[in-house]
Design a protein around this ligand. Structure first.
Ligand code: ADP
Ligand code: ZN
Length: 430
């Protein structure tokens, strides 16, 4: 199913011609209106006329998240200060956030892309979508909301409220789809189990859109099995609209990124050099239609690769592989590079293990992994516990080349955060 068949299936040469026109227009606009880019262009000795092909995008300056922090609150605006109609922010780890402004057309476009994304998973106006993401400055609430309304769904702006209330809404209003953090989806499945609710029989739920935090294929499968539903990966970041920019189609085989709105590059995260198509590196995005706050070559820090093959659904917009993590999430333990996702993959493919875990780095350079047991996973026999601990330690050793200390803890005993899951605590005295 298509929301905007023509745009979604545009032949590559036409799509690329369109991208070039939009890129040139964006570059012209920021060169006229944004002092930050004027300075960068002067430093690099480039002019808008120098951008004659899509490859020339490589000559443009990168924009880093540090540049957004430095421009706070509105240093990167490309329109008059009274023109934007909405503000979203993305968390800084400390201090002020990154501020992102939207014009009326920017809001319209973000809703349009969200609608495309939902419809390509089979959502129709008959669906009831319960949006369990946080509303407010975070994009996961409003951007999804506007897109789903545009499709004609009944949208329930539940936000991240208590599980009790989520369940009530789900039952009373016959929710068919949820937008939810993957970590919360696993937690909520256990809540249903404890309440004696069988999602297959007692709920109308058919689909979940999960994103906003890295998660593995194993986690997707677990959620699908726990609820008996289809789970689709949703990727986005505040700087580029939020959700609805990279989304899986019915084939669940990578995230179609809407290339008529964004130019994709994959670069080496250290050198910034472009990598050949298909190689894994840092995703860099350029907005092609943004009015209020266009961004050139924005370093997302997200590590992924392009899937060059066309998708069976017929959409011509290329797909990204599941995000492995952010470049800055990478842990270095005893000289070995490890993404928390590698740990999650091992844990979630082990049936005796529950949904929650915590990686603790401590001492000089030691890694401990606290692992919740599945509620039905422990029969009370001590030798089975130590067997599981040993089995996990061996898997980690083989796949990660380090042997962490594995601590098994009872189901439900690790802390649960309301927002994105916090999986790593680093208290090393390095
Ligand atoms: P914040 O920066 O405050 O966390 P954002 O919502 O802008 O808020 O976060 C966007 C980031 O979340 C992305 O850059 C990426 O690292 C992560 N993210 C979002 N969706 C996914 C996804 N489906 N898979 C993996 N990571 C994701
Ligand atoms: Zn597809």
């Amino acid at each position: 199913m298509f929301w905007d068949r023509e745009s979604e299936t545009l032949a590559r040469p036409a799509l690329e011609r369109f991208q070039l026109g939009q890129l040139q227009e964006t570059v012209r606009r920021v060169a006229q209106r944004v002092p930050f880019y004027q300075r960068k262009f002067a430093e690099l000795g480039i002019k808008p006329e120098d951008i004659k092909s899509l490859e020339d995008a490589r000559r443009l300056p990168f924009t880093a998240s540090a540049d957004l922090f430095a421009a706070y609150p509105d240093g990167l605006l490309a329109v008059a200060a009274d023109e934007p109609v909405r503000l979203h922010t993305s968390s800084g780890t400390t201090g002020k956030p990154k501020a992102v402004f939207f014009s009326r057309n920017d809001i319209n476009n973000s809703a349009e892309l969200m609608a495309r994304s939902l419809v390509m998973t089979g959502v129709t106006h008959k669906d009831v979508l319960q949006n369990m993401m946080s509303y407010g400055l975070f994009t996961g609430g409003l951007v999804m909301h506007y897109g789903a309304e545009r499709v004609g769904c009944l949208v329930i702006p539940a936000g991240p409220g208590t599980s009790e209330r989520q369940l009530m809404l789900m039952q009373d209003f016959h929710t068919t789809a949820v937008h939810i953090l993957p970590s919360y989806a696993l937690y909520f499945a256990r809540f249903l189990e404890q309440r004696g609710v069988n999602p297959r029989k007692d709920l109308k739920l058919r689909k979940a859109f999960v994103g906003a935090e890295p998660h593995t294929e194993e986690t997707r499968r677990r959620i699908e099995e726990a609820y008996g539903i289809d789970v689709y990966n949703s990727y986005g970041l505040t700087e580029m609209n939020g959700p609805g920019i990279g989304f899986e189609c019915e084939h669940k085989a990578g995230l179609h990124l809407w290339e008529d709105h964004f130019l994709i590059e994959i670069v080496d995260p250290v050198s910034g050099q472009p990598l050949p198509e298909g190689e894994r590196g840092e995703l860099v995005l350029t907005t092609l239609r943004r009015e209020a706050m266009p961004l050139l070559r924005y370093r997302t820090h997200d590590i992924t690769s392009i899937i060059p093959e066309p998708c069976a659904c017929g959409r011509t917009h290329r797909r990204l592989n599941r995000i492995v993590g952010r470049a800055d999430d990478m842990l270095i333990v005893r000289g070995v590079n490890i993404f928390p996702q590698q740990i999650e993959r091992i844990l979630m493919s082990t049936p005796q293990v529950g949904p929650n875990y915590l990686i603790v780095l401590e001492g000089l350079d030691d890694m401990a992994i606290q692992v919740e047991l599945a509620s039905a996973g422990f029969d009370g026999q001590v030798e089975h516990l130590s067997g599981l601990r040993h089995q996990l330690a061996e898997k980690f050793k083989t796949e990660l080349y380090v042997r962490p200390k594995v601590e098994l803890v009872p189901a439900g005993s690790l802390p649960v955060t309301e927002g994105k899951a916090k999986r790593v605590i680093d208290r090393r005295s390095l």
